[in-house]
Design a protein around this ligand. Sequence first.
Ligand SMILES: [Zn+2]
Length: 360
Amino acid sequence: MPGNKLRKATELLKRQFSVFRFPFSVWGKAISPTFLRIISRSLLFSGLCWLLLLGIAWGGAPAGKIPVVASIVPLADFCRQLGGERVEVQVLIPPGASPHVFEPPPSVVARAGKARLFVYIGGGMEPWAAKLLKSRGTENLEVVEAVQGIPLIKEAGESHHQEAAEEKHHHHKPDAGAEKAHDDHEGHNHEAGNPHVWLDPVLAQDICRRITAALILLDPGHSQDYEARRDRYLQELADLHQEMEKRVSSFRLREFVCFHPAFSYLARRYGLKEVGVIELSPGREPTPRHLQKIVRAIKKYGIKVVFAEPQLNPRVAEVIAREAGAKVLFIDPVGGRPPYGEDYLKLMRYNLSIMEEAMK
Ligand SMILES: [Zn+2]
């Protein structure tokens, strides 16, 4: 009953006030021993709170746990799944921010300094990570770069569709100076290739194997624990892969249009085709000519939905969708928000259900 709750709240408030009013009214005379007891208790309590808060701010892991820092939410989830109770994982890029345009504030850099394991995507995804590692030094630190050993999709070359290939070719033709200025502006190095490897559940398995190997190096006494966790999680990733294969195979449409090339590995794995990418690099406004090509592709393939992303402004996607008579739905390459939270498996199934809605 709301009335009841309200009454209880007022009573609580009154009681609190009475505690404090009592000693003030006798201020200058004797101070009640009860008051002293209450004050000392609350000081002790707030002291503990402060210690706790400072502990969080310092990024210190509780005793006995391995402090792990991951650049993005999916990598942090991998580390938690694989490390379990033995790790304390922090994410550097807050949910809602695009990893491409994020610049870590000094507090984040300080937090990373405490880590014993640093997991990031690499391949130009987090250009600040190299600086961070340089200033931190790799002493007492294991580093896992997710893209390492994975042949990356070259954005200019490897394309499933002629139209997309032409467009990409066109975009990657600027002279060296312009390309360099672009990279400086974006902080996103294209030379290494497309870095969005984690959105392919098969490549995710490879990343998880390497995270486990790093944990075992740091804490060899519990290697059996880590191996058991790894095998369990690899099975879950394998199940996800099978489910995706099965559900995508029943899509009516193979072609899709999305906001930035985040789903290229997913598309390649399941035989889908990215026939239009609105922003070939995030934050860079597409030309009217590029937008016209996307509108034509949408009409040509009978695409009903343009995929936008929660981390990036959907305005251009909305303009294109209106122009082409399609609608906008959101798929999320990074996660960290409802309904999937920080859970990679849930994020992937959520994206799959949106794609299903759009392409089945
Ligand atoms: Zn991206």
